[in-house]
Write a protein that binds this ligand. Structure first.
Ligand code: G4P
Length: 535
């Protein structure tokens, strides 16, 4: 095996998804700790808090003390080279969060054991499920009062529509969380230490060992034996192929904060997940082990340094090896280019790199030539990766420049920011050039838009909130058919027909109920939840 094949083979690129507060940061931090990428717990969080003082990213971030961007971290663990894609959770939830998932080959879903499946988990899960990538579940916070584990697994299956297979089973919860039963090895792992040590100390014991009752008490032992019997009888078989196709989620119980079950989870997860997956480009499949370099842009971050107005394009290397300053072909631009100043994030530090392999994420300086979804390949090659879908915004505003004389700057700014993928813009068939409907996935993007229009384009905004929460693309089978008009459709008052700047037609809805209403009453009308991509 060549060196570069070995490098690709040891790579694992995954996203961690969760609802805010489920413990994503804590779990990520423990992974980094095991990999030696950070020396002590609290560092990732610390970074988050101190960033306000050190970051040269936008003012808005400083003012709010939050991170506007999703970050990527690379670290080594037992021979694996691991790329973790973080999906920001709180107010900074944005379309970027969804797009980041396009760069992942699998996902770790963190669930709060007291809360179960929550809103943001549902949304992120849906995007992962659409690509059929493997999804591993970590049910966290077992050291606190938790819901019944059977009920939690049932909820995952019901709410998310994925089968589950409990890899381990918790013994008690809260103060009485004593360990887990490892189903594969048929051993009880009794946790004996709850310090800040690298991993909780565990003692392994067979479930039928009489000493087990002494360790965990006869009551807990009996309950465990009953539950194992129930599990073995009721659950589906473990099938790695189904895991790898996103049909079966292996479930692990543990506690990120107290290190219970984190390292076994990481090890099992790395064993089950795959090396970098191929990507499709029309009829071609680009395998990660192809010797020619290829990559696609999944995120563009503007204004990292205000003095230079620069942008960083984040790309996922799909195949081969990337070498700094080597010429590559930018398909959409139709030009050969050199990617300069490639960067990679190690834990939370940014550093310039010389090479990267399939599976890695690199950020390159973008003089304004890249768009989301762009393909880069070796010179002499010409293929285009399938587009990254457009995700439906959930918040809408009607905006225009307060000063009508600044209409041109306003439009230029709005279009530029939309091209970077931070916002989506729409118009109604009747609206003139001066007003635009903006849609965003997370409301912080409205503030980002306002801030950037003011500081970069000198435009003050008039904005008006719109009551819509859902958007669906109208699927036209016949591409040459004339655009639909509102009178062609049966629409209730709270539904609006709009179009995007590529001429696609869409409907905005104020409620799920209206989507159903419109679908029921307009036979033949096909609506899509994601725009611009095939799956
Ligand atoms: P997030 O990134 O998913 O938003 O969650 P994060 O890791 O920041 O965790 C949210 C809160 O839950 C934190 O407490 C964290 O310490 C706590 N937590 C995470 N994992 C566990 C666990 O396994 N058990 C228990 N008991 N708590 C857990 P906080 O008080 O909000 O923050 P901090 O002051 O501890 O940093």
């Amino acid at each position: 095996m060549s060196n570069y094949e070995a490098e690709i083979k040891r790579r694992r690129t995954f996203a961690i998804i969760s609802h805010p507060d489920a413990g994503k940061t804590t779990l990520t931090e423990k992974f980094l700790l095991y990999g030696g990428a950070i020396a002590q717990a609290g560092q990732v969080k610390g970074k988050k808090n101190t960033r306000a003082a050190t970051s040269d990213w936008m003012e808005i971030e400083k003012q709010r003390g939050i991170s506007v961007t999703s970050s990527v971290m690379q670290f080594q663990y037992e021979g694996f080279c691991i790329n973790i894609l973080d999906t920001p959770g709180h107010q900074d939830f944005s379309e970027d969060t969804y797009r980041t998932l396009m760069a992942a080959d699998s996902a770790v879903m963190v669930i709060d054991a007291a809360k179960g499946v929550e809103a943001q988990t549902r949304k992120l899960f849906k995007v992962c499920a659409m690509r059929d990538i493997p999804i591993f579940t970590f049910i966290n916070k077992m050291d606190r009062e938790a819901r019944d584990p059977f009920e939690l697994c049932e909820e995952l299956e019901h709410e998310l529509g994925i089968d589950t297979y409990a890899m381990n089973w918790p013994i008690g919860c809260g103060k009485e969380f004593m360990g887990v039963y490892d189903r594969q090895n048929r051993k009880v792992i009794h946790f004996t230490s709850n310090t800040n040590a690298r991993a909780a100390t565990a003692t392994q014991i067979e479930p039928d060992d009489p000493a087990l009752a002494e360790l965990i008490g006869a009551g807990k032992r009996d309950q465990l034996v009953d539950e194992i019997e129930l599990l073995d009888g009721a659950s589906c078989d473990f099938d790695l192929e189904r895991v790898r196709h996103g049909k079966l989620s292996p479930v692990f119980f543990g506690s990120a904060l107290t290190n219970f079950g984190v390292e076994p989870f990481l090890e099992e997860f790395l064993r089950m997940t795959t090396a970098p997956l191929p990507r499709t480009a029309g009829d071609e499949v680009i395998d990660s082990f192809d010797s020619d370099f290829s990559a696609f842009v999944f995120k563009i971050q503007a204004n990292m340094n205000k003095a230079h107005r620069d942008r960083i394009a984040f790309m996922r290397v799909v195949s081969g090896k990337f070498e700094a300053d080597k010429e590559v072909y930018h398909l959409q631009g139709g030009k050969k280019i050199r990617l300069s100043r490639p960067q990679q994030l190690m834990a939370a530090e940014r550093e310039i790199i010389e090479e990267a392999y399939a599976g890695d994420i690199i950020g390159v300086f973008d003089p304004g030539i890249f768009s989301i979804g762009d393909t880069l390949c070796a010179t002499g090659k010409k293929f285009q990766f399938d587009p990254i879908p457009t995700f439906a915004p959930e918040h809408f505003q009607r905006i225009r420049s307060i000063d009508t004389m600044k209409r041109k700057q306003f439009l230029k700014g709005v279009e530029q920011i939309a091209q970077e993928g931070a916002i989506q813009i729409f118009k109604t068939p009747y609206s003139g050039m001066e007003e635009v409907i903006v849609g965003v996935v997370g409301t912080l993007q409205f503030d980002v838009l306002e801030y950037r229009l003011r500081s970069e384009y000198n435009v003050e905004l008039y904005k008006e909130g719109l009551p819509f929460e859902y958007l669906r693309w109208i699927v036209r089978e016949d591409e040459d058919a004339p655009p639909l008009k509102e009178e062609d459709l049966l629409l209730p008052n709270d539904v609006k027909l709009v179009e995007d700047y590529k001429g696609n037609q869409l409907l905005l809805f104020a409620s799920q109920w209206s989507i159903q209403w419109v679908t029921d009453r307009n036979k033949g009308l096909k609506l899509a939840e994601f725009g611009g991509a095939k799956f």
